[in-house]
Ligand binder design. Structure first.
Ligand SMILES: [Zn+2]
Length: 65
């Protein structure tokens, strides 16, 4: 099972949760007990495709870069 990071929207506590993919299971913050926790994106998906800041070329083949 993949490991997901969940962040509590109330206190900001981050916790790691093992769960199956594509499940909508609810989790509770282990620090403050709030039920509002949001799944954080895995680091590898954040890094991919986000390196275009300041580059307005839509195709990435412009001669300016
Ligand atoms: Zn919390």
């Amino acid at each position: 099972m993949p490991l997901y990071n969940y962040r509590c929207v109330k206190c900001g506590h981050v916790m790691e949760v093992l769960e199956k993919a594509n499940t909508n299971s609810r989790h509770t913050c282990k620090k403050c007990g709030a039920h509002r926790v949001e799944k954080m994106l895995p680091a590898f998906s954040v890094n991919s495709g986000s390196g275009t800041a300041g580059n307005s070329c839509p195709t990435g083949t412009c001669s300016l870069s």
